[in-house]
Design a protein around this ligand. Structure first.
Ligand SMILES: [Zn+2]
Length: 237
């Protein structure tokens, strides 16, 4: 089952979805695949204005458009996809935010882009499936960096020893940036099981972390290249 945001579902004239192993690109977005911008995600903070279908965007981790008929999306496998829409459906955005992007301020860059001619209070955001606080263990230094650099409680950043809560951090940032509403779609990419008996996959999502562990035990196990899930949104008018 593809994950959808209840917030974005209520917005007129836009289609969106968060992919998983059984549908990397959600079915409602598949007819628009050829309009996807060409880009290389680099865990950076650059946001590109998209004006043309299949626009070459270079290295970029965030996309913004007011143009109907252009699908914008980010590819993830444990990193956090965040999809944005103006409440009237007249403008949309998408960002790829791993821990690096969150620390370096990609959500702030998207807010800055919106504020060039608008207010974030006219926008909503939806946080998609990513490595959850249940599974996302990192080193102590990284937890400390987050706790020192961000103005949130240590428990919000790390509810369990050495586990990072990417979604809670993103949500706190989006609220602080003035977005009208924020919701969550999907669940942990590392541990969520697939409950559809028709499908052969054991896990619901592609996970970089889980795949890396498998490859450590069995170097012949395939990598995740070409298997990242798309989170996307398009103005259909
Ligand atoms: Zn988990």
């Amino acid at each position: 089952m593809t994950d959808y945001s209840s917030l974005l579902t209520t917005i007129p004239g836009v289609k969106h979805g968060f992919g998983n192993k059984s549908a990397l690109l959600p079915a409602p977005l598949q007819p628009f695949r050829s309009t996807l911008p060409e880009k290389k995600q680099v865990h950076g903070t650059r946001i590109v204005d998209v004006h043309q279908p299949a626009q070459p965007c270079g290295e970029a981790d965030g996309f913004f458009t007011r143009e109907p008929g252009i699908l914008i999306s980010v590819l993830t496998a444990d990193c956090l996809p965040v999809i944005f829409s103006r409440r009237d459906g007249s403008a949309i955005g998408a960002v790829h935010a791993g821990w690096r992007g969150l620390l370096d301020g990609i959500l702030e860059q998207m807010a800055k882009r919106i504020r060039l001619e608008d207010e974030t209070a006219n926008w909503v955001a939806s946080i998609g499936p990513a490595a959850g606080a249940c599974c996302y263990q990192v080193n102590e230094e990284l937890i400390t960096r987050f706790q020192q650099e961000l103005p949130f409680s240590p428990e919000l950043i790390s509810p369990t020893h050495r586990h990072l809560d990417l979604a809670a951090i993103a949500q706190a940032k989006l609220k602080a940036l003035g977005f009208a509403a924020v919701d969550h779609a999907g669940s942990c990419t590392i541990c969520t099981l697939n409950h559809d008996p028709e499908l052969p996959q054991h896990f619901k999502y592609t996970s970089y972390r889980r795949n890396s562990h498998r490859r450590e035990q069995d170097p012949s196990h395939p990598g995740i290249k070409g298997r990242n899930q798309y989170s996307g949104i398009i103005i259909t008018g």
